[in-house]
Design a protein around this ligand. Structure first.
Ligand SMILES: Cc1cc2nc3c(=O)[nH]c(=O)nc-3n(C[C@H](O)[C@H](O)[C@H](O)COP(=O)(O)O)c2cc1C
Length: 394
């Protein structure tokens, strides 16, 4: 099935509505030349690129990939089809497919993400001060399950180093939107965690199209406890107070390991606080429940997370009566997966682990597939499909 789908996409350059998208155009003049490096990477990813990369330590591969992508010259992506245009909080996204937090923590490769056709990138998690994170090794692949486990613990260059890079990203006038994902330093004592979030919002907030407060990494001690409504409230209020002039849309990122009752209370608080949305979900600490035997310590991501993430997205959508935009993340490795999150209630989607297993061509594959699925179901836009798998929500 997978193979058949790939062949189908590989040979189609033109969307059903006739728009040419997914290809990468040279900047000025809008010629049809696609970025040669990316084209090569897409064509050779399944073989031999990925098998070669998988021989190396995962973190080393990650660093090398970022270093290469960071050197890529800017290329504008081809236009996206109108069905994919998504507007949230008055911000227009050319398409609803994003790069999840963690892959480009320090804003190193913006031009490449834009050229690949992402509608947005979530940069981060950024911490106020630079930190190394947990000792290595701290990242593992589980290829037979198309999964990763990590306990990186927020390695970050820190906000002062990331700021000029994000400023440059902005100055380039990229089509892609920029979300900034914030987290506290590991050494910060609990009574000062709120100050860390406020400092990040004050220094970097004005540069973001939207802000994500990460409350759900399993690798920073006790971080997940900040998901409790009263504690979440203190962070949200501090982040808002820290950017009095230009308040950016504010989302919180949640764990897939929350109980149904906890999730209900968090959703009620999110509505009460007039949050702008929820990112669901982060990695899971569960193993047996998602059918994985590997015992590496840390957060699990990738295919085994898909179903649970969709379930959580659905619960949030129902708990909030579809009133809060959701960015759906967890296990996406195909257009069908992305569509499942959208039908569960996500307005936009993003992925990390899918990029590792499927390569750069996945962005284009998902966009093409989403247009096909929308057409199949008689929807003329993504927003019409959001929550359509839920029945009527009252
Ligand atoms: C190696 C790695 C590092 C990550 N780092 C972050 C991070 O810094 N901040 C964050 O909010 N999420 C982080 N994530 C979680 C992802 O953004 C995403 O929520 C999760 O992996 C599920 O999506 P996926 O199955 O598409 O990977 C990381 C994930 C991985 C695999």
């Amino acid at each position: 099935m997978q193979g058949a789908r790939k062949i189908h996409y590989m040979h189609r350059e033109v969307a059903p509505n006739g728009a040419n998208f997914g290809g990468l155009r040279g900047g000025a003049g809008g010629g049809k030349m696609r970025h040669p490096m990316l084209q090569l990477a897409q064509a050779t990813y399944a073989w031999p690129l990925r098998p070669l990369m998988f021989r190396l330590d995962p973190e080393r591969t990650h660093r090398m990939t970022l270093a290469i992508l960071a050197r890529m010259p800017a290329f504008s992506p081809a236009p996206d089809p109108p069905e994919l245009r998504t507007t949230l909080w008055g911000v227009t996204f050319s398409n609803p497919v994003g790069l999840a937090a963690g892959l480009d923590k320090d804003a190193r490769a913006a031009a490449a993400w834009n050229a690949l056709g992402f509608g947005f990138v979530e940069v981060g998690t950024i911490t106020p001060r630079p930190q190394f994170g947990n000792p290595r090794p701290r990242m593992w692949r589980i290829p037979e399950r198309r999964a990763l486990v990590n306990r990186l613990g927020f390695p970050s260059d820190g906000m002062e180093a990331v700021k000029p890079r994000v400023q440059r990203m902005r100055a380039q006038g990229l089509r892609m939107r920029i979300g900034l994902n914030f987290g506290p330093n590991k050494e910060t004592p609990p009574e000062r965690v709120v100050e860390d979030y406020a400092a990040l919002a004050s220094r970097l907030g004005p540069l973001a199209d939207f802000i994500v407060v990460n409350l759900s990494s399993p690798n920073t001690p006790a971080l997940r406890a900040w998901q409790a409504p009263e504690r979440m409230r203190t962070i949200v209020e501090a982040v808002r107070a820290a950017q009095p002039q230009s308040r950016r849309p504010l989302m919180v990122k949640l764990s897939p390991d929350l109980e149904e009752r906890e999730l209900r209370e968090i959703c009620a608080a999110a509505i009460d606080l007039a949050l702008d949305g929820i990112v669901a979900t982060n990695t899971t600490l569960k193993r047996e429940e998602v059918g994985v035997a590997a015992s590496f310590e840390g957060g699990l991501s990738g295919a085994p997370l898909l179903e649970r993430a969709s379930e959580v997205i659905g619960q949030i959508y129902r708990n909030t009566q579809g009133r809060l935009p959701i960015i759906g993340v967890g296990g996406i490795a195909s257009a069908e997966d992305a569509y499942a999150h959208i039908r569960a209630g996500a307005s936009m989607v993003e992925f990390y682990t899918g990029f590792v297993y499927r390569g750069p061509g996945l962005v284009r594959e998902i966009k093409e597939g989403l247009v096909r699925l929308l057409n199949r179901d008689g929807f003329s836009s993504i927003s019409e499909a959001v929550g359509s798998g839920q029945g009527k929500v009252t």
